[in-house]
Design a protein around this ligand. Sequence first.
Ligand SMILES: *Cc1c(COP(=O)(O)O)cnc(C)c1O
Length: 421
Amino acid sequence: MTLQERDKKHLWHPLTQHKLYADHLAITKAKGALLFDDRGNKYIDGIASWYTCMYGHCNDYITNRVANQMKQLDQVVFAGFTHEPAIKLSEELMKILPKNQQKIFFSDNGSTAVDVALKMALQYHFNKGEKRGKIIALENGFHGDTFGAMSVSGLSIYNGCFEDFFIDVARIPVPSKENFESVKQQFIKLLETTNVAAFIYEPLVQGAAAMKMYDAHLLDELLGLAKQYNTLTIADEVMTGFGKTGKYFASEYLVNQPDIICMAKSLTGGLVPMAITSCTQNVYDAFLSEDLVKGFFHGHTYSANPIACTAALAGIELLQSDEIKEKIKRLIASHQQFDKHIKEHPKVKETRQLGVIYALDINVNMERYGSLRDKLFKFFMNKGVFLRPLGNTIYMLTPYIITDKQLEKVYNTIEEALEIV
Ligand SMILES: *Cc1c(COP(=O)(O)O)cnc(C)c1O
């Protein structure tokens, strides 16, 4: 039996309707920007396996460091104990995070990083004797699949039957030049109820909404307003963090810095799962008390796993290296070059780029919208390029270390794909 056949017996895949999508391609190996399947084919990983493996798959620098750590200290309870990988990671993160961030709290994935942020925000006000139960979020935002994260996500296709169990969330449209006055008024109206604990947003790029981008000045103004009303601000940088926007964090494009930041995905360079929620001294201080229950009683068994911390440390070192900085610059310039050329194509409706994130909307009538995604996906895979179109959007978020030749192939394949739609 092939791996694909054996897969069908006991496995239930994420985000999958198995009746419609029964077959799962078996990947046996990955290196650099390449994935290898069990049939002898290789694919360029055009989305860095959901924006995790930014330094390349099975990066030797990271895997060697992790292998050494595995022999030294594998796992220990982080309630009551500490260890150097976590300490060192906190020190290194402080060098690249926005200056107002002072404390880091560990969890296991992007969704839990968001849940931690929401609980922090709710308890922050509770500890100060203020009952604030509402969260403001952006329409079409995506923050994860656990209950808290799902509640603040605005992509309803994922949420269906769970809506009755959501935490209290008010949604505002993503600000644009056209709607800004109205969005601002809605936002102020909500803030004036003084019941709003926090405003959560994906800074500048909404990933799951097909890499929708919005203006830093407009977000900045909303953040300024939130601060006036003592509403905490939560930047979900799970997708945008660690260099993808051309800065370490998308928040660096803004004047107003968030009180809380969520990180995951490429935090560990794709090697192992781990997430971090960072916050300001002010947020942390609201939990300090003689009163035990004012502490933050949230924890995961694998919190601050030393192996994951070591992977993150190695990744952050790479991120700050001249080599990776050069590669990021090259990738940004290269996308700009491609954009100049492709945006004139009659099948291209709109293009957008921030840092190494590049997206292109195809001009297509709505009847064909549903099947288009599958058709494009198959086309790309047959050509040896792994891209996951979202609706009529093709986006690229390749590993920083993708070679020029591989990049050229991704561009050419996208251009060829425009001929089949
Ligand atoms: C992927 C993602 C999440 C969820 O992270 P998981 O690790 O999949 O739980 C949350 N927020 C954003 C912006 C994401 O892109």
